[in-house]
Structure formats: C-alpha cells, structure tokens
Design a protein around this ligand. Structure first.
Ligand code: C2E
Ligand code: MG
Ligand code: MG
Length: 410
C-alpha cells in the first residue's frame, strides 16, 4: 500500500512502472499465471531495490517505486535502468518461461505537492510517453506533458459538439496518372474549423475521435459528404475517402457506404476507400468480409501509408486490394538515400506482383516525380501537383483540365 496520509511526504522521486503484455498473460494463460507473474516481478523489485527504494503495488499491473530523500537525477536514472534490467531474464510461470518488459514514468516529488494523487498524475503522464516507445523505456515528467494533456482533453471535449455544429469540412487533393499527369481522382481530407482555435488538421484530432468513438459519426459524415460532392464532378473522376479501422466494427458501415453512393448517384467504381494496415489488427474475418463486400459492389480499396506499418506481404496476399499508396516518408528520403530508393523500388514491384496500382504520396519536386515514373509507379499525389483545395476549387481545377484536354485534342 502507498502512504495514505494524503500528502506526498518527503522530497524524493516516484517511479510508476507498467508491465507490458499483462493482459495477454491473463487472457491466454489465465489469471493464476497473471498473479504468478506479478508476485515474481514484485520479488525481483524488492530484492534489487531493498536498500534504495520502497516498492508498492498500485493495482493491476502497475507498481510504484518510491525513492526517499533528495536523490539526484542520475541516481533516479540508475534506478530506472536497474528496474528495466529485471526484465532481461524470463519469468518462470507454471505454463513455462515468459518474457515481458515494462515502461516507467518518473517524477520528482516537489515541496508544494499537496497529495500523492498529484504526484501520481505527473508520473502517469510521463508513463504515457514512455509507452509510446517500443520496448523497455523510461521518461521523466516534463511540464509540456501536462500542457499537451490539457490541449488533448480540450480537443476531446470540443470534438463532441463539432459535428452537430457543422465545424467540419473536406478539402480535396488531386491524384494524377503519372504518365499523362491528368487527374484521376481526389483524396478527401477532413478539416476542423474550430470556433476559437482556427483550422485544425486531422493529425491533431483523428486519434481523439478514435479514442472517444466519435470517429463513427464523423467518419460517416465524411463518406456522405465526399460522395455528394464528388457526384457533381464529371465522370470518371474519382474520390478517395480515408476510413479508420474502428469504423468497420460497426457492421452497418458497409451498407451505409452503399447507401451514400446510391443517394448521391455516384457510380461505385468512382469511390476508393483508403485504409491503413492497422485495420488488420481488428478481427481479420470482419475486415476481410467488409473489404470483399465493398469490392463486390465495385468500390476500390487502397492500402494507405504503405511501408511504415507492418508492411506485411501476407496482408497483401490475404486481403482484397486495388491500390497501394507508398508513404510520403519514402518519397522525402528516396533521392538522398539508396536504401529508401531501393525500398520504393521493392514496394512498386510488390504492386506489380500483386497486380495493384501504386500511388506515390508526397511528391514535392519534379526530380521525385521523374524518379518514381521511371520505376513504374502508376499515380502521384503531392504538393508539386497541388495542395489540398476546397470543394469549390475542385470544380475550377477540373474545368481548366477539360479546356486544356480540349485544346490538346483540337
Ligand atoms: P493521408 O491519408 O496519408 O493523407 C495525405 C496527407 O499528406 C494529407 O495530410 C496531405 O495534406 C499530406 N500531403 C499530401 N501531399 C503532400 C506533400 O507533398 N508534402 C507533404 N509534406 N504533405 C503532403 P492531412 O490532410 O494533414 O491528413 C493527415 C492524415 O489524416 C491523412 O493521411 C489521413 O490518415 C488522416 N485523415 C485525413 N482525413 C481523414 C478522414 O476523413 N478520416 C480519417 N479516418 N482519417 C483522415
Ligand atoms: Mg489517405
Ligand atoms: Mg497516406
């Protein structure tokens, strides 16, 4: 048990340790194995820290390590490394040996800390950051973590009203055929016009929308709006819509997409659904069924940001796809770095092997465009061609294209 007097007590440091894969142990080996793992870890902690710190179990798979006195940053750092070194050996469970790891959030206890819960909150923010790093790691609390958490919780709060208050809109970025440079489709990209913060880009709120479940109504709004807006464009110009994995957990989603197409009067072949590899961590059966049903209806499926996730060849074999989009981090690096150039080449060859079209994202220079054209990419997207534009500007761009095509053929 932690000290219960409600005060943080001495100057000192608090380490909050969280175990990796504890849920996996409980779910797959049973709760007895989970208990055994906790006891074994507790013993290791007590044994190695007995002279330097006190160890408490906070609950679940979280342990608190309290270092009394006024330890230096270096000493606390050493304690963190000692704790993480305890995961170097496997744990002996009834079921057999089990390797696991941990993450630590660290904070110093300040003189004006009025309660242990304040200290734990800081350690928790640092732990959250430590968990972002794969494998064993520790992070010391920094003030910016609290500011960031505050902004995040404000965003979560404001997000819940943004849809009904009509604060979202879509921008569209052209995707062109690499040889003709003619526009084939536009990718719909959501923007949030926040009443006091101004325009917020999706990278800052999609994760919050996923966390709160708001991605379902917001995602539905995106599909519907993109279909309605694209229906005004001349055929066969297509529209690509980004879809988060959680949206497929709603078994009505595929039917909803079809209904949006019907309502807008947009031919299914003009819609591409962009998914990232993270969807494959959701129930593979649901994903496979959903993608198959969408394709059977004539809708295209693109695998977005390919190369930075699992980049699993098996996913390309198992799931029905029409298009691979090579992540823009490769585009940025490929001309200065042989390894990335080779990787782009390999991904494009994978496209040929699996008979799917390939789009290169993030093209910013003629040199990049020429490079991927020579490697055989089918389509390109990026600031060189155009930044994302408003729905109204799409009409202007398409009208200009039609005039140019007309004058070329005349
Ligand atoms: P994405 O699907 O990979 O979209 C491409 C992103 O790259 C867009 O950022 C686009 O503005 C940016 N981009 C395009 N060309 C270039 C370039 O040449 N250079 C650079 N530096 N960037 C370029 P954006 O609009 O900020 O979107 C970020 C991500 O947010 C998207 O990545 C997508 O994953 C997600 N997103 C956007 N709209 C939606 C949506 O409606 N639903 C969901 N679930 N996710 C969305
Ligand atoms: Mg995309
Ligand atoms: Mg992408």
């Amino acid at each position: 048990m932690l000290p219960q007097d409600g005060t943080a007590g001495d100057r000192g440091a608090l380490l909050l340790l969280d175990l990796d894969r504890f849920k996996f142990v409980n779910d797959t080996m049973g709760h007895d194995a989970g208990d055994q793992l906790l006891v074994a870890l507790g013993q290791r902690l007590k044994h190695s820290l007995s002279s330097t710190a006190s160890v408490y179990r906070l609950g679940g798979d979280e342990f608190v390590i309290l270092v009394a006195g006024s330890p230096s940053h270096g000493k606390v750092e050493d304690i963190c490394l000692t704790v993480l070194s305890l995961f170097a050996e496997p744990f002996q469970l009834f079921e057999g040996q089990f390797w696991t790891g941990g993450s630590i959030g660290v904070t110093f206890i300040e003189p004006d800390d009025r309660s242990m819960s304040t200290v734990l909150k800081r350690a928790d923010l640092a732990l959250y950051k430590a968990k972002d790093v794969p494998g064993n790691s520790h992070r010391f609390y920094e003030l910016e973590m609290a500011t960031e958490a505050c902004v995040k919780s404000e965003i979560e709060h404001d997000l819940s009203r943004a849809l009904e208050q009509g604060q979202f809109y879509l921008e569209y970025q052209p995707i062109v055929g690499i040889e003709s440079r003619a526009i084939r489709s536009f990718e719909a990209l959501i923007r949030w016009n926040h009443p006091s913060k101004g325009i917020i880009q999706p990278d800052l709120f999609i994760a919050a929308a996923e966390k709160t479940g708001l991605i379902l109504p917001i995602g539905n709004w995106v599909v519907k709006t993109a279909c309605l807006e694209a229906a005004r464009w001349p055929a066969p110009t297509g529209v690509a819509v980004n879809v988060a994995g959680d949206q497929f957990k709603d078994r009505a989603f595929v039917g909803y997409i079809k209904a949006c197409l019907a309502e807008a009067g947009l031919a299914p072949g003009r819609l591409t659904i962009e998914v990232t590899e993270s969807i494959f961590s959701i129930d593979p059966l649901i994903i496979c069924e959903s993608l198959t049903e969408l394709r059977a209806h004539g809708i295209r499926i693109a695998l977005d940001d390919f190369g930075i996730g699992f980049s699993s060849i098996n996913n390309l074999r198992r799931f029905p796809l029409d298009q691979l989009k090579v992540d823009r981090s490769f585009t940025q690096a490929m001309l200065g770095n042989q390894r990335d150039a080779d990787l782009v080449d390999i991904i494009l060859k994978l496209g040929t092997t699996f008979q799917v079209a390939t789009t290169i994202e993030g093209i910013e220079t003629e040199g990049q465009l020429e490079f991927v054209r020579a490697l055989g990419a089918s389509e390109a997207q990026g600031f060189l061609i155009s930044r994302p534009v408003s729905a109204r500007d799409v009409m202007g761009i398409l009208a200009r294209e039609t005039v140019q095509a007309g004058s070329l053929s005349a």
